[in-house]
Design a protein around this ligand. Sequence first.
Ligand SMILES: NC(=O)c1ccc[n+]([C@@H]2O[C@H](COP(=O)([O-])OP(=O)(O)OC[C@H]3O[C@@H](n4cnc5c(N)ncnc54)[C@H](OP(=O)(O)O)[C@@H]3O)[C@@H](O)[C@H]2O)c1
Length: 134
Amino acid sequence: MHLELAGKTAVVTGGSRGIGKAIARELAREGVSVAIVARGQEALKAAASELSAETNVRIIPISADTSSDESVKAMVERAVAELGTVHILVNSASTVGSLVAFKLPDVQVATFNRELNVKVLVGLRCIQHGAPRS
Ligand SMILES: NC(=O)c1ccc[n+]([C@@H]2O[C@H](COP(=O)([O-])OP(=O)(O)OC[C@H]3O[C@@H](n4cnc5c(N)ncnc54)[C@H](OP(=O)(O)O)[C@@H]3O)[C@@H](O)[C@H]2O)c1
């Protein structure tokens, strides 16, 4: 696939495994420099080494918790410092749908809010902190 993205830059949250890592790999194959983001540092570093060795493209591991405003702000600052302008943002950081395991009457507001915070508000946080600089 040639998407004419060579030379662009990306931040992929949830990039240490699963769907986020697969997206980071495809972007790197297109010649996009990628900052991958997750909480667990070991998996993050291993994924960055694996993807950069495989694609010969710069992959930067940045540890952050996307449920925390402070942590996302620091992550965006580091990504901008390392990559310059960030052209592409992919939000794939989240726990895999814990609500699916619940029956509707059993869903707790606190659980729902936690899920919403990690899965949905991360997009708003990344855009708020990243957009003024791009
Ligand atoms: N897999 C599927 O078939 C499928 C289908 C439809 C939708 N989805 C949705 O797609 C999303 C990703 O799924 P996946 O299968 O790729 O999940 P996964 O393999 O569990 O990967 C989740 C990634 O997000 C990171 N992460 C989780 N919580 C985080 C947090 N608070 N801050 C920063 N990073 C965090 C994880 O690393 P750390 O834990 O180290 O932080 C990991 O890198 C989920 O929302 C899932 O519900 C998945």
